[in-house]
Design a protein around this ligand. Sequence first.
Ligand SMILES: [Zn+2]
Length: 208
Amino acid sequence: MNIVLLGAPGAGKGTQAAKLVEEFGTPHISTGDMLRAAVKAGTPLGKKAKSYMDAGDLVPDEVIIGLVTERLQEPDTARGFILDGFPRTSAQAVALDAELGKLERPLDAALLVDVDFEVIIGRLTSRRMCRDCGHIGSAADAVCPKCSGEMYQRDDDNETTVRNRLDVYEKSTAPLIDYYRGCDLLVSIDGDRDVDVVYADVKKALGL
Ligand SMILES: [Zn+2]
């Protein structure tokens, strides 16, 4: 399976990716993780990326595509890949398609884990984290269920921040969803259900 994962922050696409990786061993290619790793390892692309990041600029598309195509040369991707965090815009999707075309490894699907924004806002704003052990719980936990530590709300889980993140997501990703729908690659799954029910649907939709 060659797939691109799409979904708003908090929709649960990371959870679904983890389940696919566990069951099928398909490499999960997170461009955010790869960028951080390349910068840390000081590879030529990592150095290039770092110069943009140090200047406070966005890392250009071609640098990220370079990282992705490099990663796809590694043998573990022969049976497929799950691309996460890229593309984020339709321009990036077009560029990615061109590269995958050259590698003769076109996408099989763009998988969208779809959850209503109000549901996501409810999920994220009720999230609490333990100050001591990092356990993620909910507003219903008076203290950490693991270590009895103090639970707090992270700044990026407050409602204003969550709404801003969803707004940014909506603006950049809505055209991307249209793009993949136009290519007949979009597979949309209702993510507002139990994790295992969503996963069963994901597998069915991907023909696994
Ligand atoms: Zn704890």
